[in-house]
Design a protein around this ligand. Structure first.
Ligand code: PLP
Length: 385
């Protein structure tokens, strides 16, 4: 593979961090996870961070918070291009999924179509910051305030992205992150929820681990500990799961954060080369950056004379050793799982269908890939007359 989809962010420091945990013989969630949570919260200027075993679990916890703590019911507005586990936690928590088309240029939820999608039962909006690109939070927050809707962000692809100088994942009640391989930082499996409110964080911590109160501070409003260890054990205060991260993932996370500035500066250097080559071409559209994207991957939608020719282009990329994928969930309405889900659709899905038919992405990462991006350009531009 000349140009793989994903690049490891690890060095010997991560392996040493794992070994240190092994040496203690304590593998389950503990002090390393706690330390990583604190460092992560500090980095993103958020008062609370709760680590879990994946980004999907982070989304599941956020939706369960809306259901169980906030007692919300009804439908939740989402973009129709996202990720499978953006949508499934909505359904699993008995909400209806309310799909809205994306913007043809940013590929994020089309903020001009949100208000017409609101029903008397709409209770929340869950935008997805797609491929590192922030949504338009000025517009979204205005709509949430006007219609009294809760806001949670699926930020699993967009660690480090900003809008008006503020980090994505911190605009709503809560925001999710993923640390799966290929993401900005990598903890084997792993995810995080950032949230504004301490009581929400306690609730998330309880749901993360069986619903018990063990990981809560003594003064939590969920449960006042008595100080008697026996009485305080096996007390279940929320309808929980087991979504705990491993201690090794927490230890790796702390090491990865020390590399954060280098990871981002290399990713952005790669991006400058990608933009130099691919912007303002009549035969493709790259993602329009609304704020300061953290460029998870490099996507494009074929346009002009290349529109409708994706199969040929993908074949050429495969032959050139350039790994590629469809653009995230594509238009999720076309997925075979749909008959299982309770959903509504508002308006047409023209931009999502274009992404579905003409979109794909290739990798970005924390190593310099300028030559690989040039190879990508040469491979595709050969098709242009
Ligand atoms: C938008 C989005 N949400 C959620 C997830 C799930 O994250 P994880 O793979 O850590 O479960 C992903 C994964 O890439 C994603 O892209």
């Amino acid at each position: 593979m000349k140009y793989p989809l994903a690049f490891s962010t690890w060095g010997k420091e991560e392996v040493e961090a794992i070994q240190k945990v092994i040496d203690t013989d304590m593998y389950t969630m503990g002090k390393h996870v706690k330390q990583f949570e604190q460092e992560f919260a500090d980095l993103f200027n958020s008062p609370n961070a709760v680590m879990v075993n994946s980004g999907s679990s982070a989304n599941l916890l956020m939706l369960s918070l809306l259901k169980w703590k906030y007692k919300l019911k009804g439908d939740i507005i989402v973009p129709v291009v996202g990720w499978a586990t953006t949508y499934f936690p909505i359904a699993l928590n008995d909400f209806k999924i309310n799909f809205v088309d994306v913007d043809p240029n940013t590929w994020n939820i089309d903020v001009n179509k949100i208000e017409q999608a609101i029903t008397p039962n709409t209770c929340a909006i869950m935008p997805v910051n797609l491929l590192g690109n922030s949504c338009d939070y000025d517009a979204i927050i205005k709509i949430c305030e006007k219609h009294n809707l809760m806001l949670i962000e699926d930020n699993c692809e967009s660690m480090g992205s900003k809008f008006n100088g503020q980090y994505t994942g911190t605009f709503g009640l809560a925001g999710s992150f993923s640390f799966f391989f290929s993401h900005h930082i990598q903890t084997m499996e792993g995810g995080m929820v950032l949230c504004k409110n301490k009581e929400d964080a306690d609730y998330l911590r309880s749901m993360r681990a069986h619903g018990w109160v063990r990981d809560l501070p003594d003064n939590s409003s969920l449960y006042q500990k008595t100080g008697n260890a026996f009485n305080d054990n096996f007390i279940f205060a929320t309808p929980g799961y087991n979504l705990r991260p491993l201690e090794m993932s927490g230890a790796i996370g702390s090491v990865q954060l020390r590399k954060w500035n280098d990871i981002m500066s290399t990713r952005l250097e790669n991006t400058r080369h990608f933009i130099d080559l691919f912007s303002n071409k009549p035969w493709c559209r790259i993602q329009k950056d609304l704020g300061e994207s953290s460029w998870f991957t490099f996507g494009m939608v074929l346009d002009g004379e290349l529109k409708g020719r994706r199969a040929e282009i993908i074949d050429a990329l495969d032959k050139a050793g350039i790994q590629n994928r469809p653009l995230a969930s594509r238009n999720f309405l076309h997925q075979p799982v749909m008959p299982n889900l309770d959903y509504i659709v508002s308006g047409t899905m023209d931009a999502a269908d274009d992404i579905h038919d003409n979109g794909f992405f290739v990798g970005n990462g924390s190593v310099s890939i300028k030559d690989e991006i040039t190879l990508l350009y040469e491979t595709i531009s050969r098709f242009v007359k």
